[in-house]
Write a protein that binds this ligand. Structure first.
Ligand code: 5AD
Ligand code: SF4
Length: 441
């Protein structure tokens, strides 16, 4: 029998990357092998993101491009998945003809039956219902050969309703997985050679709060810290309002917890933070980051910032800049505010002109590049423990890996090092990576 090939294009966050891994696992059970080459695929899935308008445009232009392959090969199955599919539902079919499959964020586990329905009936299938069960989160994705790092979803959805954000509407209410299921999954991953896990959720700091069982995020971390074979634990994303002193303390006490926190601040202006419905002040944020650095001086702190939120004046923007000057983040993902239909911010007055948003973003990114470069330069001469992930993209002689603080390090090394944690003396700090030399341990 001829092999069947699956091609997946993923847009958006790590959550989406993990969802795509799960889709691949479910279709592997139906005999599909993954391919990077869309032209030889029998099934193409586009896993979409809807967080900003640009992400939507990208998803539709990719869909348009891939639909041309279907014109040549009518048997090709094309599926549109993820947040944008969740948002648009059957409207995808009216926007683009001949899409076979549209399914949302809560329906991944039903992919095999949806595929069967498409193949048998040859008519479009749409599944975008919400489910209060966590079926889709529990699909075990066996790591690819040689992988040393894996994502593990610990919860789905979000209850925070930040004024600019569509996620609560597209991924539903927050629900946490049982700690036993999570620990079981990580033990299984450790058995497959995984050394590092990244725990995923929209707001991992509120893990378990609604369950009433008393299993909070800190107790989950402590359990994972005990799992044999796992050397590093990371998590994303944290919400500043829910970052407890206990969790901050873990950066000093849990050996396997990596010295990095992604803590989206969004704005440095209290007026804007309030309009964004973020639930903390700039002073509280500063206090929490100071506390993190007291507990763990080498911790790397990264963040997300939005410029041009409705009502943001030059003075508000300057307060964000001032905060960045005070904190000196290791890196920042920064975005122009993008209006999303149905969100509270859509109804706010004081829209900032596009050109002004662009200008603010440019200035902010230039400042952050300076800070990132300074941070990376300051690591020159230090010895960093690097978990080796594989060969570097740029040079065959080089291996690449990350420090506990999430910095990429390239150094001359052999493939036998993959999966090992090795000491590397940093010789050069660049904007996006570090270069170093392995030293004997
Ligand atoms: N416009 C711009 N940026 C947004 N983000 C979320 N929604 C929007 C929006 N409507 C950013 C936030 C969030 C990150 C994942 O995306 O900074 O932390
Ligand atoms: Fe969106 Fe806010 Fe939830 Fe993050 S915490 S997913 S920004 S609503």
């Amino acid at each position: 029998m001829r092999k069947k090939y699956l091609h997946i294009t993923t847009f958006g966050c790590q959550m989406n990357v993990h969802d795509s891994e799960q889709m691949a696992v479910l279709l592997a059970e139906q005999g599909y092998e993954q391919t990077e080459d869309s032209t030889k695929a029998d099934c193409i899935l586009i896993n979409t993101c809807s967080i900003r308008e640009k992400a939507e445009q990208k998803a539709f232009s990719e869909l348009g491009r891939l639909m041309k392959l279907k014109e040549k090969n009518p048997d090709l199955i094309v599926g549109f998945a993820g947040c944008l599919a969740q948002h648009l539902g059957a409207r995808v079919h009216s926007r683009v003809r001949n899409v076979d499959l549209v399914f949302g964020t809560h329906n991944i586990h039903r992919l095999p039956e949806m595929m069967e329905a498409v193949q048998k009936e040859r008519k479009p299938v749409t599944e975008v219902g919400f489910s209060s069960s966590l079926h889709s989160l529990g699909i075990f994705a066996p790591p690819r050969d040689g992988a040393i790092s894996a994502f593990v979803s610990i919860m789905q959805g979000c209850d925070n309703y930040c004024a600019y954000c569509v996620v609560p509407y597209l991924r539903g209410p927050e629900k946490s997985r049982e700690p036993e299921d999570i620990v079981g999954e990580i033990e299984k991953l450790a058995g497959c050679g995984i050394r590092e896990v990244t725990l995923l959720g929209q707001n991992v700091n509120s893990y378990g709060k609604k369950s009433g069982r008393g299993d909070d995020f800190v107790s989950l971390l402590k359990k994972i810290n005990e799992i044999e074979g796992i050397e590093r634990i990371r998590f994303t994303t944290s919400h500043p309002k829910d970052l407890s002193n206990e969790l901050i303390g873990c950066f000093g006490s849990l050996r396997k917890l990596c010295r990095h926190i992604h803590l989206p601040v969004q704005s440095g202006s209290n007026r804007i933070l309030k309009r964004m419905n973020r639930g903390y002040t700039a002073e509280e944020y500063l206090e929490k980051t100071a506390r993190l650095r007291r507990v763990c001086p080498e911790i790397s702190i990264t963040s997300d910032v939005i410029v041009g939120f409705p009502g943001e004046t030059r003075k508000d923007y300057q307060e964000t800049i001032d905060m960045m000057e005070k904190i000196r983040f290791d890196s920042v993902f920064s975005f122009k505010y993008s209006e999303r239909k149905g969100t509270a911010a859509g109804a706010l007055s004081g829209k900032v002109p596009e050109a002004e948003k662009r200008q603010r973003l440019k200035e902010l990114q230039a400042l952050q590049d300076r800070h990132t470069q300074e941070k990376n330069t300051s690591l020159e001469g230090s010895v960093q423990e690097v978990l080796v992930e594989g060969p570097s993209r740029n040079s065959r002689q080089d291996m690449t890996g990350r420090t506990s603080c999430w910095k990429i390090v390239n150094f001359e090394g052999r493939p036998e090092l993959i999966g090992r944690t090795v000491p590397v003396r940093i010789s050069r700090g660049y904007l996006h990576s570090l270069r170093g030399k392995q030293i004997s341990s």
